[in-house]
Design a binder for this molecule. Structure first.
Ligand code: TGC
Ligand code: FAD
Length: 391
């Protein structure tokens, strides 16, 4: 018997250091997270506070960033870590993505030296948690239309508006919040650092989710929130600033979503080899094998694409369109694999005794956040034709 990785000789494409990091993260995820994940999912909880220092100790928070206590690993290493975390649950990878690729990246790319010194070492160690507020109730795919506003009042800024669907939102020590500002009569989107507890800022956890249940998701409200002049991220000007952070997080999903798919396929193959129907193992039927072969093919192709993008990113050559292609492919194929695996598990597949429907439900969010599948199709369509079909 071979695994999909063996079938595609994936390990032969990795360095010793890359394999070591991947295996270290896999051991942590399997020992410390996997035994609890079904319960967290069922209860709709995620112990972010307790886990953040452990993730920090492993160097997983802001893993690909340099300096300020960050691990300074390669993009490929970060991707491999995301894959192992998401093999347990997309919620774990989400926490790490939002902390490192979104909140910390925003501060690292666009923050002042003082902001970096204040927040990045604490966040890298998992002593401080961050969130990233871009989406609003009426503006998800089209953040350019956001209504949240920051106005100058003397030297201060006054922030009004709301954000929705914000991962880590109600447990965060600091929120990176994107708002419209007026700059010399021109509307410009800028980023602000809003510490928890600032008067007028409230965060409320969202419940009744059927996906990403082991993840904290919150609504953020800003009611005349007065911020000092130095709360703005000085280098953030225009939508390109938050979109630049999204490219980092989308890259993590290119690898991460395949971890969820891999976990589904592994559980399904094990199940099919032992489950007997009509007097022989399910795995011995041609229909089952055709499903398994097709899923292995998509998983292997996805992993090869992810590694290729990792190598491009490590050479500083990856483009946002290439990341879109990877995010679209991985999230779309991963959810297809999870759903197909569920069919092989029959009724057992609908329970939390097996990971597949939990992963499939999570992947509904993964298909939607960080740019929906349709947004990435349109990004690719625009690149291929030069015609903008968004508006
Ligand atoms: P558009 O004119 O295309 O671009 C505006 C400016 O941004 C630049 N740009 C990018 N820069 C870096 N990376 C990217 N991926 C970029 N995409 C665009 C672009 O060059 C331009 O720069 P400049 O200097 O010329 O101004 O803007 P548009 O308004 O037409 O929108 C394009 C569109 C629809 C692709 C964009 O708005 C988009 O990506 N929408 C999707 C929104 C989204 O993904 N939201 C995610 C929120 S965060 C989240 O979901 C976290 S989930 C938790 C987890 O990660 O686990
Ligand atoms: P909409 O933009 O309303 O889209 C609805 C449908 O319309 C989709 O199918 C979409 O593809 C389609 N559509 C949109 N535009 C077009 C078009 N031009 N042409 C054709 N079809 C189109 N956001 C954050 O800022 N920070 C977070 O931490 C965060 N975490 C999240 C966690 C979870 C669990 C979830 C589910 C979401 C999270 N989000 C976060 C929000 C996420 O980024 C948005 O949900 C996503 O960008 C889509 O926006 P929307 O839900 O408003 O959908």
């Amino acid at each position: 018997m071979v695994t999909v990785e063996e079938l595609f000789a994936i390990d032969s494409l990795l360095s010793d250091d890359e394999r070591e990091i991947r295996d270290t993260v896999a051991t942590f995820a399997n020992q410390r997270l996997r035994p609890h994940i079904a319960d967290w999912f069922e209860e709709g909880t995620f112990p972010a506070r307790e886990l953040a220092p452990q993730l920090g100790e492993l160097g997983l928070l802001g893993m690909h960033l340099d300096g300020y206590g960050c691990a300074g690993m390669s993009a490929t290493m970060y991707g491999l870590a995301c894959q192992e975390l998401e093999a347990v649950d997309s919620g774990v990878r989400s926490m790490v993505s939002v902390q490192g690729s979104l909140a910390m990246t925003a501060i690292h790319k666009y923050g002042s030296e003082e902001q970096k010194q204040q927040w990045l070492p604490e966040m890298a160690a998992g002593r401080a948690i961050g969130c990233f507020g871009l989406t609003e109730p009426d503006f998800g795919s089209n953040p350019a239309g956001m209504r949240t506003r920051a106005k100058r009042d003397g030297a201060d800024w006054v922030l009004n508006g709301s954000k929705m669907w914000i991962t880590n939102g109600s447990v965060a020590d600091v929120a990176v919040v994107w708002a419209q500002t007026e700059d010399e009569g021109r509307q410009v989107i800028r980023g602000f650092l809003v510490p928890a507890g600032t008067p007028g800022f409230s965060a409320r956890e969202m419940h009744r989710k059927l996906s990403l249940r082991a993840s904290v998701t919150a609504e953020l409200d800003f009611d005349d929130v007065r911020l000092p002049a130095d709360a703005v991220l000085p280098e953030s000007r225009g939508l390109a600033a938050p979109l630049g952070c999204l490219s980092e997080a989308r890259f993590g999903i290119v690898f991460g979503a395949l971890g969820a798919a891999r976990d589904c396929l592994a559980a399904t193959i094990e199940y099919a080899r032992t489950r007997e129907v009509f007097d022989k193992p399910l795995a011995a039927y041609q229909l089952t094998q055709a499903k398994l072969a097709d899923m292995a093919l998509e998983l292997g192709k996805g992993q090869l694409l992810a590694l290729h993008l990792g190598r491009l990113k490590d050479r500083g050559e990856v483009t946002p369109e290439q990341v879109s292609a990877g995010k679209l492919n991985s999230s779309r194929e991963a959810i297809a694999i999870a759903r197909e695996c569920r069919t092989i598990l029959g009724a057992n597949g609908i329970t939390l005794d097996y990971p597949v429907l939990r992963h499939a439900n999570n992947l509904e969010s993964v298909l939607t956040y960080e740019g929906t599948a349709e947004v990435h199709q349109l990004v690719l369509g625009r690149a291929l034709t030069d015609a903008n079909a968004f508006r």
